[in-house]
Ligand binder design. Structure first.
Ligand SMILES: *[C@@H]1O[C@H](CO)[C@@H](O)[C@H](O)[C@H]1NC(C)=O
Ligand SMILES: *[C@@H]1O[C@H](CO)[C@@H](O)[C@H](O)[C@H]1NC(C)=O
Length: 220
């Protein structure tokens, strides 16, 4: 159950996925998806975990933005992961201990503020930008993407980190995750197949969508 699994492993599955995605682009699709039919997808991650970072900025971003599946998705990003918390009974002040240290808690909170104050399309773009370059260059990302982040900055500067992260901690604790990133479809958490989900995300997404709505999405 150790979270030391939080290391970057670019497996052969990922390479197969890239090949498959390339082939899929060349296949004609006759699907007639309806944009009001959305599959719920939850992504539980840590901002300094290499596996999480790779998954979001590559597989998830490609699926949601490049493949344009975001409009068929009710995406919930949950930046929290494996965190221990302690509340001092004499002061009621909560301290969080994130897997990769204090800076990860701060960065998780920044992502949480982004999730709270931006539409999901802008969330994906800002968060991918943060995970790709310098981890805290919010201003630079916002400028390049032309996204207003004043509410994000106010959220981050006026609220305590435990307060910002409380909701995401509760969502994460409810699943009792043992591995990050973890993905849920339609709020279902399949504990034993997370690696398979992560490394085959587009294929699994297509299958889950089809299982639910009997529709094959474009690019599937
Ligand atoms: C801590 O919180 C509990 C429950 O909300 C409350 O009963 C208690 O008075 C608080 N203690 C302090 C020191 O604020
Ligand atoms: C799924 O869609 C196909 C083709 O549109 C249709 O023939 C089939 O009956 C549908 N299945 C269900 C279970 O609705």
């Amino acid at each position: 159950m150790s979270m030391k699994q939080c290391t970057a492993v670019l497996s052969v599955f990922y390479i197969l996925y890239l090949l498959r995605a390339t082939i899929a682009l060349q296949v004609q699709s006759s699907a007639q998806p309806t944009a009001d039919r959305r599959l719920k997808v939850g992504v539980y991650y840590e901002t300094l975990c290499p596996d999480s970072r790779t998954f979001i900025r590559n597989s998830l971003y490609d699926a949601m933005i490049i493949n344009d599946w975001l409009k068929y998705t009710e995406l919930q990003l949950v930046p929290y992961g494996k965190v221990t918390s302690w509340t001092d009974p004499t002061t009621n002040i909560t301290t969080l201990y994130c897997q990769h240290g204090r800076s990860e808690c701060e960065l998780n909170a920044l992502h949480a503020c982004i999730v709270e104050h931006n539409n999901v399309n802008d969330q994906m773009k800002l968060i991918r930008c943060l995970l790709t370059g310098h981890a805290t260059s919010l201003d630079e990302c916002a400028k390049n993407l032309v996204i207003d982040v004043s509410a994000v900055k106010e959220c981050k500067s006026t609220r305590s980190t435990p307060d910002i992260l409380k909701k995401y901690g509760e969502m994460t604790d409810a699943l009792d995750i043992s591995f990050v990133p973890s993905v849920t479809f339609d709020d279902k958490f399949d504990r034993w197949r997370q690696r398979y989900f992560i490394y085959n995300f587009p294929v699994i997404f297509c299958r889950e969508y089809n299982n639910k709505f009997n529709i094959t999405l474009p690019q599937c």
